[in-house]
Design a protein around this ligand. Sequence first.
Ligand code: NAD
Ligand code: IPM
Ligand code: MN
Length: 368
Amino acid sequence: MASRKLLLLPGDGIGPEAMAEVRKLIAVMNAEMNAGFETDEGLVGGCAYDTHGAAISDADMEKAMAADAVLFGAVGGPKWDAVPYDVRPEAGLLRLRKDMELFANLRPAICYPALAASSSLKPEVVEGLDILILRELTGGVYFGEPKEIIDLGNGQKRGIDTQVYDTFEIERIAGVAFELARTRGNKVCSMEKRNVMKSGVLWNEVVTATHKAKYQDVELTHMLADAGGMQLVRWPKQFDVIVTDNLFGDMLSDVAAMLTGSLGMLPSASLGAPDPKTGKRKALYEPVHGSAPDIAGQGIANPIAMIASFAMCLRYSFNMVAEADRLEAAVSAVLDDGLRTRDIMSDGMTEVGTVAMGDAIVAKFRAA
Ligand code: NAD
Ligand code: IPM
Ligand code: MN
């Protein structure tokens, strides 16, 4: 039996509630499909701060580096609003991304047919939507130096963040965008703000050069990121793959989430470069949503983003394509049956909690 090492980092708020539903799938796959998942657990975010005084301990960081894949829930919450910046819950996630060199963040926004009516947009705008936002994840303003608040000494302070991109960082994310486009609709739209940002000028130049050198069979367009946000809600189906920087990708993917009905629907995969010897990539799978403090502990969170993140894990880390397809089909079938968590509830549907939604998906998955 293959051994597949998974590290589970449930985190805070609804993270553990959503992760519990994935644990059921792992158990079923081990017991009934000989999947051979070996799971280990760690702490990240506020719960790690409470235990270790850091948003992730070095020991858990080592486990993440050694795992075949990491499943991540969510971090943060008002309890930790006042903790020092370097150890705030979100710092744990940022350290995982940076230390594991997970530069490519795939955020697919798919509108399941049964949910077209749950979007805040008209059904015809989102029906059949299947786009992929590819967010650069280890560079840009999230990590650029200097990053500080300095005291100007005159009663004023200055907050500084620095947007930095080097050629190789843009080249490698552009390469991933074109490769992914070839497996889907063969179109890439690159978004930046070259009209005001030097890093945007370079981004545009390097994406264009990468396209010219190796990917002329893929259609490439460019859009200013603000206009891109507008186009995402005007007519999102014009896009196939959108490639953009860390901060624009963060914002645009939350916008894209609402096209699919709820933030509770959107999964993501954060991937590193393939190892030149083994071909394996480091990878972390996480929902796009956060710890949702407003609904945590109530048993009503939508586990689908977490479950769909696990489907991405099956697909990208373990090449278990049939199982990934089957899991995604199980999600779709449960929605077709009319089951809804509160965030995607609409007239005539059946409202269920997190556990019942997870159970229904597991049952469909087993029956398929
Ligand atoms: P959030 O994504 O946690 O919540 C935004 C809104 O969406 C809330 O109303 C919430 O109830 C709803 N929502 C989110 N996920 C849901 C789900 N699965 N089911 C049903 N409803 C869901 O964003 P926020 O409120 O801006 O941030 C809360 C905390 O989470 C902050 O500390 C933030 O830094 C953190 N955060 C963490 C991550 C992460 O861990 N990857 C991502 C985003 C935000
Ligand atoms: C996300 C989140 C994170 C980000 C936070 C929690 C650090 O919003 O994954 O989208 O800004 O990248
Ligand atoms: Mn975000």
